[in-house]
Design a binder for this molecule. Structure first.
Ligand code: DGY
Length: 326
């Protein structure tokens, strides 16, 4: 590595402690405007840069990667999900990619429970009624929702976040079912019921929580046929990626009453979400806030920096390098 500090371009506005460390370790090119770059602008902005610190939502697709200057050798994303980066295209260009696993597990599991409870207990309707000055007082039949304690929760994707959701749900005495590429060892499974076939799990789910990454295999996995396999009155929760759900199918089931409610923190095509969601009283909607705590966002930034520093300052393999097949 040369004497000069490696230059790192930050696509977004990151937490101030993260930007301070970025600036201390590197020749940082900050983007205080916090806006998404199109590929043409990205190519110009990264001229002379050794690496890019990007975030969920930045479209680092094949076209954007092809437009990058030769000098760019690494893309570190401030996220655990990396479906926004064409890792194969990056590898072809000799560009390493890293993500930020582990550090957002608890925050995302917490928001999963918020979505589950918010949907089941009609939090959106209650809060809207109160703030709209339409609450005329307690009534025996007002805003009756779906009971959570003791019900069955199916988790699609039992990785770190899925397991953390299961731990929280056990405090609600929920019976945990899960579907995953492989069965967990007993010490991680903790009595949860494994379904090798996700379709086979669905009839056992009073609640279905999506905690699987978006891949070709999970794209629109929650479709009309699978929703029909859920018991009537089930609740669907998604805090993973919007693309795992077929919006038309979910909206139709929420309208028909086959599903009692949905709690969603992520959306296909966000922030331009399907218009149908706005009219649904039984949809508890959040703007992709799963990892949005000060502690977690700092930890994500520091983890991304650990990776950048390993490679750019010490010539080591980034600890969280992701590969096209992983
Ligand atoms: C991630 O890290 O993938 C999250 O969705 C961002 O909060």
């Amino acid at each position: 590595m040369s004497e000069r500090k490696p230059r790192v371009f930050a696509t977004r506005h990151f937490p101030s402690d993260v930007e301070a460390r970025l600036a201390a370790s590197f020749d940082a090119v900050l983007n205080p405007e916090d806006r998404l770059f199109d590929s043409a602008a990205l190519a110009g902005a990264t001229r002379g840069c050794d690496a890019i610190l990007c975030a969920a939502g930045d479209a680092m697709n094949a076209q954007a990667i092809a437009s990058l200057p030769e000098s760019v050798k690494m893309i570190a994303t401030f996220s655990v999900g990396y479906e926004h980066i064409d890792v194969a295209a990056a590898a072809k260009r000799g560009i390493l990619v890293s993500n930020t696993p582990d550090v957002l597990t608890d925050a995302t599991a917490d928001i999963t429970m918020l979505c589950l409870l918010g949907a089941a207990r009609r939090a959106h309707e209650g809060a809207t009624m109160l703030r709209g000055h339409r609450w005329v007082g307690w009534s025996p039949t007002q805003l009756m929702g779906v009971h959570v304690t003791g019900k069955r929760l199916g988790i699609l994707g039992m990785g770190r976040i899925g397991q953390a959701v299961a731990d929280r749900a056990r405090a609600f005495r929920m019976t945990i079912h899960y579907s995953n590429r492989s069965r967990l060892p007993p010490e991680l499974e903790k009595g949860a019921i494994f379904h090798a076939d996700g379709d086979g799990m669905l009839p056992h789910c009073d609640f279905l929580s999506i905690n699987a990454p978006l891949t070709p295999a999970t794209r629109k996995w929650v479709n009309r046929e699978r929703i029909a396999r859920l018991p009537k009155g089930a609740v669907v929760v998604n805090t993973a990626r919007g693309g795992v759900v077929d919006d038309e199918a979910l909206i139709a089931a929420l309208k028909s009453g086959h599903l009692a409610a949905a709690g969603l923190d992520v959306f296909d095509g966000e922030p331009r979400i399907h218009q149908g969601y706005y009219d649904l009283e039984n949809a508890f909607l959040l703007p992709h806030m799963g990892s949005a705590t000060v502690e977690t966002r700092n930890a994500m930034g520091f983890r991304a920096l650990d990776n950048l520093e390993a490679y750019l300052l010490r010539g080591q393999t980034p600890p969280d390098q992701v590969r096209a097949s992983s």
